[in-house]
Design a binder for this molecule. Structure first.
Ligand code: PEP
Ligand code: MG
Length: 884
């Protein structure tokens, strides 16, 4: 259950936790690490089950403590040369700052004197002791942090100093007495026996696996609850021994940009938690080179060795004790999305990893973040302040000062910006629902900065020009005071924050991302198309790498003010002749739409879907018309002028006709009603006009020298006869128009009704292609209304685990997916080369893309802005398949 550092390796993360495995690995490759041992995660789970530290486990810990005493040449509790240890948490999955760690265990009223004598540094010894008492009180006995901080502030005020590190030994001794008073207020004593300290410290770290913030963090990050934390007991080395001692955090590359340079911050004469907590603003690493050149060189060398060894950017914690350099931790460093992609691509060109590794290192979420909005500056912004650009991207929202408030307002669908003096692990829930963070204190490695990068949210930290007063709930900048509810914009890319809400623009794909996506294109089997309804969307799709249009919804083309009027007249026509008259007016407009579209997608297939929604969607609401009739009647009764009266009467007559049409079209369940091919079969002239427009445009664009591949798609087919009849009729038109020109076109259908999946073989007889409409297919398979379910019960279904995910976001493999598989098999049994894709919203979802790859689709179609994510996900699907 307990492993000496020399017994472990990086492969043992499950047993030793990330920290323990990292320490062991560093020892194994000969780096400078203080001696120590790790108590396994299994021991933690056992403890959490029984609530007691097993006596055999304790014996084993004592055995390892003896080895540690021998290797360090010090004695635990010894009054000459006392051994002090840190007791550190560390799970298999990184949960930064979520669990507890206690430093300086082993100090008591006697050993502190020995330490002072030994180091001839009384200040250092008593500073270490007061830190132990404070941390022990907070972690083991749950005494509130503020009670100790109040004492510290009092003593500093009394001594007339600003910084903790300016307190003399005398003040520290009185601080210790104050701290012991705090214990007494809680009916506790600080344990003087070091062995007792160690035992309860180990137990407290085990228990910290189940503190509320750790549980929340696991929920937010999908980390299982049954991993447990390991506990590493490490011989203390001191960064607070004087001005030749320091402690710091280093990234082997810049975690924001990914640039290849050491990125570190440190504090002289301090202990680790001072840097991470962001309480003192740390120094830049360049100063270390001047101040302690040997230790600086050790840091640079270690960073290089670790990167080569782990083949990834590392996040290192180090301490320098009287000029000697020690590593206390290494792990893969958290980084911004931009940095993640750059580091992955750079590691390939440096020969450390292969292209496939780089693709697997880049999650779709990372790319998603990269596509986050940025401020579109036009010079009119009012900059309120500037701090460190801790995490890129920009967002606006209303100011909140607490996590609770953030959660409460976000539940009301408000966009919030969390503003704090500094953040702690307790703020994670609030951070998860905020758009961005702004803090007064802290550096690039402070809690707020690290969490923001991991969550992919903008953050600005260390804004010294502002004051956050939690009691008053105010943010002061000079004379100006901001309160909860005021709106600001945080620009984490340049470190500024701005007054009010400013215009944001969608981020572009970085050059490294372009390189990575090109690699993906070389690997993926799935084609990538876009759902685009306008030529502009088609252009964005092309720029993002789409290889065609998977769905152009033509109904969106009838919504302009001129067109909707003609469309309404067409719908209200009572004779075929009238309908044809209006359709003739729409024809040239549709030709213009399709011409532009096909030209933009030169050389790529374009699927144009014939009219799909129920016709009432083009008409005004019944209540709206009735209100208008009521108002006009009122007006009529007050009008004397006969000309006005005639006008009103004419208008009323039109409105009554409109109302009658709306009433005629009214259905109890319009999504299961008169729409899609059902409409096309009842009013074939509508589809005929559309096919005429598509083919006329195709001929025109072809004559201009472009390559065009139009695919005409018929929606909502449930029976093969629907498709058979429509195809026969529509293809006659196409054939006639094309004549003997060399123009290829296809006729196909959406597969979006369960019956279509079940009878896909007979449907395939009349289709050149299938496209899964998983929006409708999900609606009809589950029997959930796609327009209502999400707001009514679906969210709680997912939250309560009744459904593993929202099936309108990720295809439900077990049900809808089975139907899709059946349709693929049956469809291809009739037509071997049947082209099959997906155009439902799930087509841009990474998990769905992986599924589509698995069942052998030809392509996925996603919104233009999700095309890069689809390219990456499709490549990852191939690599994941290989791996499994
Ligand atoms: C679908 O049903 O999945 C689809 C793409 O069509 P629409 O969303 O337009 O009904
Ligand atoms: Mg549909």
């Amino acid at each position: 259950m307990v492993y000496d550092f020399s017994e472990g390796s990086k492969e043992m993360v499950d047993i030793l936790g990330g920290k323990g495995a990292g320490l062991a690995e560093m020892v194994r490759i000969g780096l400078s690490v203080p001696p120590g041992f790790t108590v396994s995660t299994g021991a933690c789970l056992e403890y959490l089950k029984t609530g007691e530290l097993d006596s055999r486990l304790w014996d084993e810990i004592i055995e390892h403590l003896k080895i540690l005493e021998a290797s360090s040449g010090k004695k635990f509790g010894g009054e000459k040369n006392p051994l002090l240890v840190s007791v550190r948490s560390g799970a298999a999955v990184s949960m930064p700052g979520m669990m507890d760690t206690i430093l300086n265990v082993g100090l008591n009223d006697h050993t502190v004197k020995a330490l002072a004598n030994l180091t001839s540094n009384e200040r250092f010894a008593y500073d270490s002791y007061r830190r132990l008492i404070q941390m022990f009180g907070e972690v083991v006995l749950s005494i509130p942090h503020e009670e100790f901080e109040e004492c510290l502030a009092d003593v500093k005020r009394h001594a007339g100093v600003m910084g903790d590190n300016q307190l003399e030994a005398k003040s520290l001794k009185s601080l210790i007495r104050e701290y012991q008073e705090v214990y007494r207020k809680h009916n506790r004593e600080f344990p003087q026996d070091p062995i007792d300290q160690l035992k309860v410290a180990v137990e407290a770290v085990f228990r910290s696996w189940n503190v509320e913030r750790a549980i929340s963090y696991r929920q937010l990050n999908d980390i299982p609850d049954d991993l447990g934390t390991a506990v590493s007991v490490v011989a203390m080395v001191f960064g607070n021994k004087g001005d030749d001692s320091a402690t710091g955090v280093a990234f082997t590359r810049d975690p924001n940009t990914g640039d290849r340079r050491i990125f570190a911050e440190y504090l002289t004469n301090a202990q680790g938690e001072d840097v991470v907590a962001g309480i003192r603003t740390p120094k830049e690493i360049r100063d270390l080179e001047k101040q302690m050149p040997d230790a600086y060189n050790d840091l640079i060398k270690s960073a290089e060795i670790l990167e080569k060894h782990y083949k990834d950017m590392q996040d290192i914690e180090f301490t320098i004790e009287n000029g000697k350099f020690y590593l206390l931790q290494t792990r893969n460093g958290k980084r911004s999305a931009r940095a993640a992609v750059k580091v992955a691509v750079d590691l390939v060109s440096e020969g450390l990893i292969g292209k496939n590794d780089a693709i697997m290192m880049t999650t779709p979420q990372v790319l998603d973040t990269l596509l986050h909005p940025q401020v579109k500056y036009n010079g009119s912004e009012r900059v309120l302040g500037k701090g460190l650009a801790a995490s890129p991207g920009a967002a606006y929202g209303t100011i909140v000062f607490s996590s609770e408030k953030a959660v409460e307002m976000a539940a009301d669908k408000k966009k919030v910006i969390l503003v704090r003096p500094e953040t702690t692990a307790d703020d994670v829930r609030g951070m998860a629902v905020s758009q961005a963070f702004l803090t007064q204190k802290g550096g690039m490695t402070s809690h707020a900065a690290v969490v923001a990068r991991a969550m992919g949210k903008p953050a600005v930290v260390g804004v010294e020009s502002m004051t956050v007063n939690l009691r008053e709930q105010t943010l002061r900048i000079g004379e100006e005071v901001f309160r909860e509810g005021d709106t600001i914009t945080v620009d984490g890319t340049n470190g500024q924050f701005l007054f009010g809400e400013v215009t944001l623009e969608t981020a572009s794909v970085t050059p490294e991302a372009q390189v990575l996506l090109k690699w993906c294109d070389g690997i993926r089997k799935l084609g990538i198309r876009a759902n685009a309804n306008t030529p502009l969307e088609a252009r964005v799709a092309r720029e993002n790498g789409a290889e065609g249009i998977g769905l152009a919804r033509t109904e969106r083309m009838f919504l302009g003010s001129e067109r909707i009027t003609i469309m309404r007249s067409m719908i209200m026509s009572t004779s075929l002749a009238d309908r044809l008259k209006y359709l003739d007016m729409l024809l040239p407009m549709q030709v213009a739409d399709f011409t532009e579209f096909l030209r933009t997608m030169d050389g790529y297939p374009v699927i144009i879907r014939l009219l799909d929604p129920p016709l009432h969607e083009f008409l005004p609401d019944k209540e709206e018309i009735m209100t208008e009739i009521f108002d006009l009647k009122l007006k009529l009764s007050n009008t004397m002028d006969s000309k006005d009266m005639d006008d009103i009467i004419a208008k009323l007559s039109d409105l009554r006709k409109l109302l009658q049409t709306v009433k005629n079209l009214e259905e109890f369940n319009p999504m299961l009603g008169f729409r899609g091919c059902r409409l096309g079969l009842s009013y074939p002239e509508i589809y005929e006009m559309q096919v005429k427009a598509i083919m006329t445009a195709a001929i025109k664009v072809r004559e201009q020298g472009h390559t065009i591949l139009p695919e005409i798609m018929i929606p909502l087919v449930g029976h093969s006869n629907e498709l058979k009849r429509l195809r026969l009729r529509l293809e006659t038109i196409a054939r006639k128009l094309v004549g003997d020109m060399d123009i290829k076109y296809k006729f196909g259908t959406m597969i979006e009704i369960p019956r279509a999946c079940i009878t896909a073989d007979t449907i395939a007889e009349y289709a050149d292609f299938f496209s899964f409409g998983t929006n409708d297919l999900t609606q009809m398979t589950f029997g959930y209304s796609r327009d209502d379910a999400e707001g009514k019960f679906l969210a709680s279904y997912v939250e309560e685990g009744i459904l593993p995910a929202d099936p309108f976001a990720t295809v439900d493999e077990e049900g809808v997916g089975e139907l899709m598989k059946m349709a693929v098999t049956k469809g291809r049994s009739r037509k071997k080369d049947l082209e099959i894709g997906i155009c439902g919203e799930q087509g841009g979802d990474p998990l769905t893309i992986q599924f589509c790859h698995k069942i052998g689709l030809d392509y996925v179609s996603a919104s233009p802005y999700r095309i890069p994510i689809a390219r990456l996900s499709a490549a990852r699907a191939v690599l994941q398949e290989k791996k499994s």
